[in-house]
Ligand binder design. Structure first.
Ligand code: ADP
Ligand code: MG
Length: 615
């Protein structure tokens, strides 16, 4: 129930439509009942050949009108009797038929108007939900994604949101409309015969109980099914990204089997879920009819008995009203089942929406508009998972003065990337702090902090767009001249000019239409254009061959000029001229100094250096 109210939160913004919907549904329900109730005068006319009775009614004169079934029946009878006497029974019949058509017309008109106003709610809620999810995805810290599957997140954003639209929102209307119809019908029926209605009221809750039982189990199946969808999406995503390797390693069969297994599991869950949802309608119909028969029996006895307590026409009209109850009860149970199914998706979506954003702007941010003096790591320790023993970074102390180039070297896994990632606050220190010009980076706005930095990583992150837009990415008000200038500095202008469409060439998914070196020079051009005072280069040349490395390195050198840089390098030759070299091992700084000092020291750095000299 809590989750339904969660969804109703979204409906709040559309309350005007909701009110209109409810009003029209009410009107529609009332007209529906009127049209059925017309059965009574119809029957009266059919059996109106009893002229003795007609005369009796006319002689009694116009009965007084008050709101009770007896009075209404008397009045209808009187009205019909006068009409039959003045014209003919067929004339009265025509009148009744016209009346039925008019009520049915209004019933359907209002029903349509009700649906007309639910459409913007349904789609608006889904739109808001999708927007919220996307917004959330942008603010969630990187650490959130280490523990999640990308495919699963995408599946929540698409499949689960759609499921919510289909099952929950399309059912919301029924959940609110059908009870109204049912209650109005029950009131009508109660007026006609409270004895019979009492029987219905005793039996219907039992039916509800059985139906509710099955609904609950449906939710569990649906949760499992949605998880499988997430896994399916992940496999598809990974396969699309890794086709090259899958083909090279002849792993098609392997990955196909993996996919088919999950797909089979998914299918059998779906079959289970469908069967259960499909059970709702026949089940509720059967139980509804059982109650109907009980009433048929009791009511029939009331009509047939030696001193009948009920008029036959009234009883038939009553039964007609009751049969009208079965359809809304049926769609109510179906809706209820659908909601149960959809709530599983709501939970999955809410898991993203309610995930904690651990890296946020401070409440009262300090200003940091420029970088003037130094960056300082002060007793910084970090673990990806706090619970786990062992720091990835252990008590790091480091000062980077403005204008200097600091190199981080060390074995793979020694924590270099982690250390660099802490500067733009991709991760926050578990202990200690990082200061820029004496201000803790936690105390400044994220946008200000990140505005000071340019980042080039080993894997160039590019978007499926033109070269021009990839260079100008994230920046506003850049001129074409500036973009070209940046490309020139990054040694990218030359190869771009050779392309038939130049800067307007689309580079494909992740830039797969370019070579590794070209991609990297594009990333550098992007950093050049941003013109940040602080640069972070994480193995920017490691993935390249020697020839393109030379071009990229040259571009990097131009980029690093007059900036403060934190350079992580695999190949030591590229950082020999750094102002300071930090040697890391298992999350700790074990040596630091210039190249010549460290070589002279004959320690870890020298060993690394000698290892590479043989290559
Ligand atoms: P380097 O860049 O020096 O090769 P990293 O900083 O990438 O090293 O990694 C340091 C350690 O942290 C490694 O042992 C790695 O397994 C671990 N690590 C890196 N990223 C994550 C992550 N997202 N979640 C958990 N552990 C991680
Ligand atoms: Mg690394």
């Amino acid at each position: 129930m809590k989750n339904i109210f969660g969804i109703l939160q979204y409906v709040k913004g559309y309350w005007r439509y909701a009110v209109l919907n409810i009003i029209f549904n009410l009107l529609s329900a009332v007209f529906a009942l009127f049209s059925v109730a017309m059965l009574f005068p119809f029957l009266q006319v059919l059996f109106s050949d009893d002229s003795k009775k007609l005369k009796e009614i006319l002689e009694n004169g116009k009965p007084e009108f008050h709101l009770s079934s007896a009075s209404i029946i008397e009045n209808i009878n009187y009205f019909l009797a006068t009409d039959i006497q003045a014209h003919s029974p067929v004339h009265a019949l025509v009148g009744i038929c016209l009346f039925i058509i008019i009520t049915i017309f209004f019933k359907n008109l209002f029903r349509y108007l009700g649906m007309f106003f639910i459409a913007p709610i349904r789609n608006g809620v889904v739109k808001d939900m999708r927007n919220n999810l996307f917004k959330k995805i942008l603010v969630l810290p990187l650490s959130y994604y280490s523990d999640e599957r990308k495919g699963d997140i995408m599946s929540r954003m698409t499949a689960d949101v759609r499921e919510i639209e289909w099952s929950v929102l399309s059912s919301l209307e029924m959940i609110f409309r059908e009870p109204v119809t049912i209650i109005i019908s029950l009131v009508f029926m109660f007026l006609m015969s409270w004895q019979l209605t009492a029987i219905a009221l005793v039996l219907l809750p039992i039916v509800g109980l059985v139906i509710g039982r099955i609904g609950k189990s449906l939710r569990k199946t649906s949760t499992e099914e949605k998880e499988k969808t997430g896994i399916l999406m992940s496999i598809m995503d990974e396969t699309l990204g890794g086709l090259r390797i899958i083909k090279a390693f002849n792993a098609e069969k392997n990955i196909k089997q993996k996919f088919e297994k999950i797909n089979n599991d998914y299918t059998s869950l779906m079959v289970k879920a469908y069967r259960r949802v499909d059970l709702s309608s026949p089940l509720s119909e059967f139980m509804g009819i059982t109650v109907f028969v009980a009433i048929l029996y009791v009511g029939g006895k009331m009509v047939l008995g030696n001193n009948p307590t009920m008029n036959g026409a009234v009883f038939i009209t009553y039964l007609a009203l009751f049969s009208q109850l079965i359809a809304p009860a049926k769609s109510f149970t179906t809706a209820y089942y659908n909601v149960q199914k959809g709530l599983a998706s709501t939970e999955r979506v809410n898991k993203i929406l309610n995930a904690a954003v651990t890296i946020t702007d401070p409440l009262e941010p300090k200003t940091l508009v420029s970088f003037e003096k130094e960056i300082e790591y002060k007793n910084v320790s970090f673990a990806y998972r706090e619970a786990e023993a062992g720091w990835v970074l252990n008590n790091i102390n480091l000062k980077i003065e403005k204008g200097k180039t600091i190199a981080l070297v060390g074995q793979s896994g020694s924590g270099k990337t982690t250390m660099a990632d802490m500067l733009p606050r991709f991760y926050d220190a578990s202990q200690g702090e990082i200061l820029i010009d004496g201000i803790a980076i936690k105390d400044v706005k994220l946008a200000d902090l990140r505005g000071l930095m340019g980042i080039v990583t080993q894997e160039s992150i590019l978007f499926n767009d033109t070269l021009y837009n990839n260079i100008a990415f994230g920046l506003e008000n850049v001129t074409e001249e500036q973009v070209l200038e940046a490309a020139k500095i990054a040694n990218a202008h030359e190869f771009i000019s050779l392309l038939p469409q130049g800067y307007q060439t689309n580079i494909g998914d992740r830039g797969n239409k370019l070579s590794g070196g070209q991609r990297q020079r594009l990333s550098i051009a992007r950093a050049v254009l941003k013109n940040p005072p602080i640069l972070i280069l994480d193995e920017a040349t490691s993935a390249l061959d020697t020839e393109s490395e030379r071009l990229v390195q040259d571009a990097l050198n131009k980029l690093m000029k007059n900036r403060t840089s934190l350079v992580i390098a695999h190949r030591l030759s590229t950082i020999q001229h750094a102002d300071e070299i930090i040697v890391m091992q298992k999350g700790e700084v074990i040596e630091h100094g210039t190249h010549s000092v460290l070589i002279a020291k004959n320690g870890a750095y020298r060993k690394l250096h000698e290892l590479q000299s043989f290559v």
